[in-house]
Design a protein around this ligand. Sequence first.
Ligand code: CUA
Length: 358
Amino acid sequence: MKSNLIVRLLIIGAVLLAAGFVAGVANPFLPARASAEAAATDNLFNIMIGIGTIIFLIVEGALVYSILKFRRKPNDETDGPNMHGSTALEITWTVIPSIIVAYLAFASFQVFTQTLNPRDGEIVVKVLGQQFQWVFDYPHDPNKQYRTSDTLVLPVDKPVRFEIAAKDVMHGFWIPEFRIKQDAVPGRITEVRVLPTLKGDFSVVCYELCGTGHGVMRNAVKVVDAGEYDKYVQSLEIIPPARPLAGEHNAEWGKYLIQSSKYACGGCHFLPDANIAGVTGPSWVGIATRADTRVPNQDARTYIQHSILYPNEFVVPGYPANLMPQNYGTLMDDTDLNSLVDYLLLQKDDPAKAAQAK
Ligand code: CUA
């Protein structure tokens, strides 16, 4: 009888271990492994899945067994036996979980510290989280102007250190395929390191609830050859056009003012042609088409000019007044103001571009 019980327990134990092992090895839920750090993280995760599976089967198995075996028989009105306390059981269910938790803490800490170690020749990419997109600033010639990018392009097999900042509220910088995660916190720079090992298209996802646009706060990640990366960074250079002479103005200069962030238009407005992608203000896609009919007896040029100088004169429906700074009249000279208007007057409706407008 007793040896019968031991055999049964051994069989149950073997089945549980096998189930845990299969669950850990066959776990289909993880995305592609695209970094040197990913294998250690996956390994740890699979061990947790395996342990979790065994505990789940023990608890649920005992529950189902008890429901079937100890249910009330017909016409049985007696009380169940009165029992309490089992020192052996209590020690068992305290010691085993403590060992498991201590082991996982130790193993997790080891994996975590791996991601802190600097590597030789790191590329430092500055990351800014803002409502509701990420922007990336690559290392470049300090004597030239470069625009930021909303795509994260990285060379394969080159170590990267991200310096992460947040503009408004907390965001979470997460690239699932790299298995890295780091908080973006206003007022401080946080870091995370990675060595991309797989070329391909992935994404940066924000994992911290940061406002109404949180769900759409994801940007493309492209891991490419070193040559392609250099070419991409070069393509971000802004070559300033000649400033118009006093009393003159032109659209080229207007576009440069926006691209170079001289007046922070891109923080709120959206216009792919000038590489800006703000969402808190009205989109500029096709603005020239709308500008003609916004205010009675005001032509497009006057409307756009007034919208910059006196933003509360006409507020686009759906947006609050006073969101737009009221002091551009004192910040801009006539050349800048009229050049901006020149450029915006070129933004005619185009169905393909309008579809991108938010
Ligand atoms: Cu940014 Cu969620």
